[in-house]
Design a protein around this ligand. Structure first.
Ligand code: TMP
Length: 210
């Protein structure tokens, strides 16, 4: 049986990583095969591209170059890792995917959704089954970033206006793809966020069976 391709979206520090770990444990405890992966990255080649994109020294990188690098890392990730795992019946939990490019490069960097979709032509046949967007206002999320010990990358370091644009971009995507993208309440505690996600995933799977 084909697996399930679920992606997680949201601004910086929206809580995606913790939620993905909790979901993986939840489904593994039920005996299901789960794969955690992320973008940009997920395979050795795509991780090398990630390092170029997020390098704080690459201040001269243009928005179009950035969009194409994300697209290149994505198709490598899809072909090398996601499609084989789907064929093996795995539940794939992927931290970011095409919607990040639409919100960040398409909306916040102002390239437009259609140009970013064009740049991602190779992956348009492989859209996620379900996308869970953690909805949390950037000012609240960025407060969390100031308490985070890990290094701030080139995109984290953008202005609050940029992160506000990313937030707006995501809201537009929910309107454009209401069947695929479902919002999660980013103000919930970890346990409730997990249960809200499980409900959405399980009801999606039930619909597939009927
Ligand atoms: P993260 O792994 O810490 O979320 O960092 C990845 C950064 O890259 C984050 O700021 C979001 C950004 N990004 C884009 O701008 N476009 C994309 O297509 C993807 C996948 C990520």
């Amino acid at each position: 049986m084909r697996g399930l391709f679920i992606t997680f979206e949201g601004g910086e520090c929206s809580g995606k990583t913790t939620l993905i770990k909790n979901l993986a444990k939840y489904y593994e405890d039920l005996g299901q095969k789960v794969l955690i992966t992320r973008e940009p990255g997920g395979t050795p080649i795509a991780e090398q591209i990630r390092n170029i994109i997020l390098d704080n020294n690459n201040v001269a990188m243009t928005a179009k170059c950035e969009a194409l690098l994300y697209a290149a890392s994505r198709i490598q990730h899809v072909e090398e890792k996601i499609l084989p795992a789907l064929d093996e019946g795995t539940i794939i939990l992927c931290d970011r995917f095409l919607d990040s490019s639409l919100a960040y490069q398409g909306y916040a960097r102002k390239l437009g959704f259609s140009l970013v979709l064009e740049a991602n032509k190779f992956v348009l046949d492989y859209l996620p089954d379900l996308t869970l967007l953690i909805d949390i206002k950037p000012d609240v999320a960025l407060k969390r970033m100031s308490q985070r010990p890990d290094k701030v990358n080139r995109l984290d370091a953008e202005s609050i206006n940029f992160h506000q644009m990313v937030y707006e971009g995501y809201q537009k995507l929910v309107d454009l793809y209401p069947n695929r993208i479902k919002k999660l309440d980013g103000m919930l505690n970890k346990e409730d966020l997990l249960m809200q996600s499980v409900k959405l995933i399980d009801s999606y799977r039930e619909k597939l069976c009927n």
